[in-house]
Design a protein around this ligand. Structure first.
Ligand code: HEC
Length: 153
């Protein structure tokens, strides 16, 4: 009987720690000030965005968004991204090359174009990266991304 009780406590502890791991990464006030409808959309965008980020971006920018040495710039806490997150839609769509400065550090490696990603996928990715790690922004709608990507050079 005694062993069973311990097993139960152990199971409880395991499930608590799992729920902690699951929450890790989401900004605390992800849904602050949002009505229920927006919150639901935000949840969908964020979850999808995370999956897409892990598939298409994390190999260079890393799972924790911190980038890699002087090769790949960080996204977490990045002034370049956070100045106007939705503007990076064109970088995702068309790639970028030449020198750029992120948080005072110079980077100069080409990022390939990921033009197989659709506007909705880009909106989800931008929503995810601008609301993860050290970043806090808002929901970035597909409509806004659409109007930005129309104007990419
Ligand atoms: C093959 C590696 C690679 C992949 C994959 C990649 N990037 Fe990049 N990314 C780079 C490099 C290198 C730069 C810096 C470009 C330069 O120096 O001109 C960069 C720059 C950026 C920047 C602007 C600088 C900053 O840190 O804010 C953003 C934003 C960005 N990438 C987002 C993404 C997103 C989102 C994805 C996935 C959809 C992605 N990247 C996929 C290599 C990559």
């Amino acid at each position: 009987m005694k062993t069973n009780k311990y097993c139960l406590i152990l199971l409880l502890l395991i499930s608590i720690s799992y729920s902690c791991i699951e929450k890790k990464g989401e900004s605390k006030d992800l849904y602050a000030g949002m009505d229920d409808k927006t919150k639901t959309r935000m949840q969908q965008y964020y979850r999808q965005g995370k999956k897409l980020y892990l598939t298409h971006c994390a190999s260079c920018h890393q799972i924790d968004g911190k980038g890699l040495a002087s090769l790949y710039p960080p996204l977490s806490g990045a002034d370049y991204l956070m100045k106007d997150p939705v503007k990076v839609a064109c970088i995702i769509k068309k790639g970028i090359s030449g020198e750029i400065v992120v948080n005072g550090t110079k980077y100069n490696q080409p990022m390939p174009s990921l033009d197989y990603l659709t506007n909705i996928e880009i909106a989800e990715i931008i929503t995810y990266i601008s609301n993860s790690w050290e970043n806090k922004s808002t929901l970035h709608e597909v409509k806004t991304v659409e109007s930005i990507t129309k104007g990419c050079l």
